[in-house]
Design a protein around this ligand. Structure first.
Ligand SMILES: C[S@@+](CC[C@H](N)C(=O)[O-])C[C@H]1O[C@@H](n2cnc3c(N)ncnc32)[C@H](O)[C@@H]1O
Length: 219
């Protein structure tokens, strides 16, 4: 079954690369999932995202954290949710951390991770107005919730300190539509960012997280 699904996805991705067909299929194209803050709040209240800080997410969170921090980094976590990445980041050490999220309910839950150098704010990541710069900017399972993911990264680039990197994780959750959306985002990012490193984490049950370190081609 897995092999057939893999072949189907590979065939669709190949067709997706065929420009005339891609243009024809444009109206059917998978779009990013956009939800209002109230929807996120309700999902966090209902426990839908409870698993985010759990053992089943631990392996990919550790990879994201290891890419983002090694002692002295300033880390911005865009769409931090309830702060599930912070315990992993603390293993590697960082200078300071800011987590932002659209959901006030998620940010309230993240408060237990707050420290002198670790803060959380309720902010729409599409409207962040910040002057600080960061060594690592993390989009941990969040980029595909933005209206224009490629443009979002471009806008965040001004917040990258010299030599800074994006750390982007996007999971393959098993549907063709989802695979196409994420493929399109990775392809869109290739023009502006070099893949400095990549790890793929598999979990039984057909979830695979692709985690990439992206370095701006034009800093
Ligand atoms: C799948 S959850 C991932 C949470 C967290 N990164 C983790 O892995 O534990 C996606 C998160 O993105 C947040 N989000 C979605 N759109 C956002 C936006 N425009 N600005 C900030 N956060 C956003 C949601 O509120 C949610 O907490």
């Amino acid at each position: 079954m897995m092999a057939i699904r893999g072949l189907k996805i590979a065939a669709l991705l190949a067709l997706h690369e065929f420009k005339p067909l891609a243009r024809l299929l444009e109206p059917l194209r998978a779009k990013p999932e956009l939800y209002a803050s109230t929807v996120w709040d309700e999902q966090y209240r209902s426990g839908k995202w409870k698993a985010l800080g759990s053992a089943s997410e631990a392996a990919h969170n550790l990879v994201v954290a290891a890419y983002a921090a090694s002692g002295q980094e300033r880390v911005l976590d865009v769409g931090c949710g309830s702060g599930g990445l912070v315990p992993a980041l603390q293993r590697f050490g960082y200078n300071r951390y800011l987590g932002i999220d659209l959901s006030a309910v998620a940010v309230a839950a993240a408060a237990s991770h707050a420290r002198e150098n670790t803060a959380f704010r309720v902010v729409d990541g599409d409207k962040l107005d910040a002057a600080d710069t960061y060594d690592s900017i993390v989009f941990n399972e969040t980029l595909y919730y933005f209206t224009d993911p490629v443009e979002t990264l471009r806008r965040y680039q001004r917040l990258l300190a010299p030599g800074g990197r994006f750390v982007v994780s996007m999971a393959d959750v098993g549907s063709l539509r989802d695979a196409l959306l994420k493929h399109r985002i990775w392809r869109g990012l290739e023009a502006d960012y070099r893949v400095a490193d990549e790890t793929i984490v598999y979990r039984r049950g057909a979830v695979a997280w692709t985690i990439r370190v992206l370095a701006p081609r034009h800093p």
